[in-house]
Structures are given as C-alpha cells and as structure tokens.
Write a protein that binds this ligand. Structure first.
Ligand SMILES: *Cc1c(COP(=O)(O)O)cnc(C)c1O
Length: 389
C-alpha cells in the first residue's frame, strides 16, 4: 500500500522478505551474489537485469535505505555513500569536467569548502561564491562555464535561510544543475526537489542516523544524473557498507518523531536564549526575529535542530562559555540525541580569515547548539548556568 505520508514511507518501505518471513529487514552482509548459470551471469553484467552483482554496485540493505530516501525526498533514484563527503565528492566528480565552474553559496560545510577550494582545482574545476544576501544577484555572476549552483539551507553555522524556489528558478532559466545539501533540514522538514533541485545530497551521519553511531551519505535526484553518479561510483568504490545502511534504514523509521522533538525543544531553547541578558542575538529559523522568518515558514515544516546565538564578550566569552558547560557535549558532530555545543570562531572555523568568517555570519561570540533529545529544561538549565558563569 502506498501512502502520501512521509512517516509511513519511512516505515513501510522494505526489501522483499526472505524465506524466514522476518518482520524487520535482516542485515545482508555479503560482498557478492551468485548467478544461476552462464546466461544469467552474462545478462546481469550486460545490465539487462536489475539485480545485485557485487556490494560495491548495490546491496539489499543499501537499496532499502536509498529507496526510502528517494520516497521521502520525491526523487527518482539515488546512490548511497560511505559518508556525506564521499556523496559530495562523487557527485561533483561524476558530473563535472575539466574547465567547469561551480557557483556556491558562501556558507557551506567546511570540508565541502576545502573540496571546492583545494581539491577540485587539481582537475581545473573552479568555484566562486555568493553571499546569502546576494542570492537575487546570482545571474550577474554566472559564467559561461558555470555548470552547477550549489547551496545549503539552513546554513552552517549561522542558520541563514536561502530562497530555494528563487535559486531553483534561476538555475532552470540558465540551464544549470541545482544541487542542495539538505542535511540540516532532512526530507521531513524540506524537500528541495519541489523547489527545482536536480539533486539532493545528505550526510546521513547527522539526523538520519540521529544517534551518533555511523557515517553515511546519499545523493538522490533524476534517473539520468544518478545513472552517471552510479557508474562513476561503482567503479571508484565509495559505497556505503551494508551494516551502516541497515542502521540508517532503521533510523529513518523514527526520523519524523525524532525531528519533531528536536524542533520543539530547539524553539523552546531559542525562545529562552532570546530573553537572556548575556546574549546579543539568537538565530533560529522559526523565531519571529530571524531575518528570513517568513521564508523559513514557507519552505520548512519546522525550524530544525540547530540554533546559533551570540554571547556578549567575543572570543574569550565564547571559550569561557564552552568551559562552563556541564551537560551538553563539546563535539564536532550535530543531529545527535545528545545536545552539542560549539564555538566556531575558536574551533571549527578558526583557520578561516576573519573577514570571510564575518561574511558567513560567524562573529567572535557566535555559539552553535545542536539541540538533542534530552529534556529541554535540562538543556536550558545548563545553558543558563554557563551563560552566568
Ligand atoms: C557533516 C556534514 C557533511 C559531511 O558529512 P560526513 O558524513 O561527515 O562526511 C556535509 N554537509 C553537511 C551540511 C554536514 O553537516
């Protein structure tokens, strides 16, 4: 039975049962698959049959995970990777040629920025950046060799919101691929394909796993683009392990209820932070004070699990705040059951020149919280005592 609801899709999408009639999908730890005879083997290798050949190409657990993400995102097809970064890298490596140009939002995940700045240039693929405020002016910076517009929304770590429909329309008008990293929102909160995205990438390590256990990544989109990514990947080997695929597919069953709670707690905590005298400002998409509040309401179901706020007193106050935290974890991950706090200016983004940091909203006192599933009152209590130390 098919359903229009994402909750049901996430639970009732399942690979065929084995002869044991198990209720929950088993784990298929196998690197290869057998053939009935010479003709079966020939036809399989000739791509005349859709079947598993080798787990670098496909595996039942990986297929189940990918199928769920496709249904949740409204995509035709996908391929699953060992990590979010292997999804990002393989997507670009499969689709771009030497001489091509990427137009990317300035605020993107750190390793993606390193890929664009230091790695893709080895193959003469260049990138230029636009700021959130300039997304209306993208047309002015499109080059004759531009192939892709790339963005994340909400952005990391400043939680800005991009107008996906507007960028999607511009991409279509100029015949460019529009690729979105939808990791912060998850398909439960936002489905970029509705706004014109050709491909959607996820680090499944974050909210899809949601419990800080495994790495994974996935790219979903149109049949023709995924076919290119599939052929690239089946020969270069960034495949997701069956075990991680099994974990991630189980995790997707609870994604909607988990994300509901993450967002509910995040809004409570953001509202608390806004009233605190040692806080200059709070950025959370579903707070009325967020500069793109109306846009966030249009394109997202809820505000997400990430809050950014600026503590009074700059770098030193930020470091002091981290040192005073008792319950929350100091960690680089996000989208975990355990709440996590980071101070980008002195840690994850310390190597980036200050002028560029400020362009992406990373002020000296900016703190990022990934709101977990502990009771929100405990999270508020910890933040309050750290703000007052
Ligand atoms: C974590 C993250 C990635 C990279 O994913 P890994 O699974 O760590 O490789 C990419 N994009 C965003 C937005 C992320 O948060």
């Amino acid at each position: 039975m098919s359903s229009e609801y994402i909750e049901t899709k996430a639970i009732r999408t399942q690979i065929e049962r084995s002869q044991f009639l198990e209720h929950s999908s088993p784990l298929y730890l196998t690197s290869s698959y057998i053939f009935d005879d010479a003709e079966d083997m020939r036809a399989s290798f000739a791509d005349e049959k859709k079947r598993n050949i080798y787990s670098r190409y496909s595996n039942p657990n990986t297929s189940e995970f990918v199928e769920k993400v496709c249904l949740m995102e409204g995509a035709e097809r996908g391929y699953a990777f060992a990590s979010g970064m292997s999804a990002v890298f393989s997507t670009f490596a499969a689709l771009l040629n030497a001489g091509d140009h990427i137009l990317s939002c300035r605020s993107i995940f750190g390793s993606t920025q390193t890929l664009f700045n230091n790695i893709l240039p080895k193959w003469n693929i260049s990138t230029s950046y636009f700021k959130i405020e300039e997304s209306d002016l993208i047309e002015n910076v499109i080059q004759t060799n531009t192939k892709v517009i790339y963005a994340e929304s909400p952005t990391n770590p400043a939680v800005d919101i991009l107008d996906l429909q507007r960028i999607g329309d511009l991409a279509k008008k100029h015949n460019l691929l529009f690729i979105i990293d939808n990791c912060f929102a998850t398909p439960y909160l936002q489905q970029p394909i509705k706004f014109g995205a050709d491909l959607v990438i996820h680090s499944a390590t974050k909210l899809m796993d949601g419990q800080g256990r495994v790495l994974g990544g996935v790219t979903v989109g149109t049949e023709d683009l995924i076919q290119k990514i599939y052929l690239f990947s089946r020969n270069t080997g960034p495949a997701l392990s069956p075990f991680n695929a099994w974990v991630l597919s189980k995790s997707l069953e609870t994604l909607p209820v988990r994300v509901d709670r993450h967002c509910d707690s995040a809004l409570k905590i953001a509202t608390f932070l806004e009233t605190h005298e040692n806080v200059n400002f709070v950025k959370y998409p579903f707070l009325k004070s967020h500069p793109q509040y109306e846009l966030a309401k249009q394109q997202m179901k809820l505000g997400g699990s990430i809050i950014a706020f600026e503590i009074k007193g700059g770098i030193e106050a930020g470091r002091q705040f981290l040192n005073s935290i008792k319950l929350l974890s100091l960690s680089a991950n996000l989208g975990d059951t355990r709440s996590i706090v980071t101070h980008p200016a002195s840690t994850t983004h310390a190597k980036i020149p200050e002028s560029i940091r400020l362009e992406t909203g990373i002020t000296a006192g900016l703190i990022r919280i990934s709101v977990g599933l502990e009771h929100p009152e405990d999270i508020i209590k910890d933040l309050k005592q750290a703000l007052e130390t």
